[in-house]
Design a protein around this ligand. Sequence first.
Ligand SMILES: [Zn+2]
Length: 150
Amino acid sequence: MSSTDVTIVVVDPAELKPADAKKLPVRDGDDAWKITDLRQIVEVLNSDVERLVTELGVTEHELDDLLHTSEGAGDDQADAGSTALEREQEMSIVNNTRDMLEQSVDALRRIKAGTYGACQSCGQGIGRARLMAFPRANLCVTCKQREERR
Ligand SMILES: [Zn+2]
């Protein structure tokens, strides 16, 4: 388990052409994507990826330390309990960070593939406003809400 499990994708915003933006799926009633919006999203995703890789490295290191803290060596019951709790918390931070990293990388991959902006569940456009606010989003609001209700 390490951050190298995630294959990092970086998109150079300068390489994106207005035509790349125009062909992306939009939500009914939305205007076509503008290259400026797409570049802005790419910049956010690129810096998210960079930040998350760093964070993941730090939390994984901390988790590693916690996992290698010798089990019960001189610890009393309370110490052992708090170490277990700490490990659990650290593990959930690592998992969350990894999820966010994977979602960001996946978004960049979809931008490269020209499929960014389509809901991964129903195939409809996610909507520019939602993506500008949540560049990692891969579901439209309707599908997201349905998923959360499950
Ligand atoms: Zn959907």
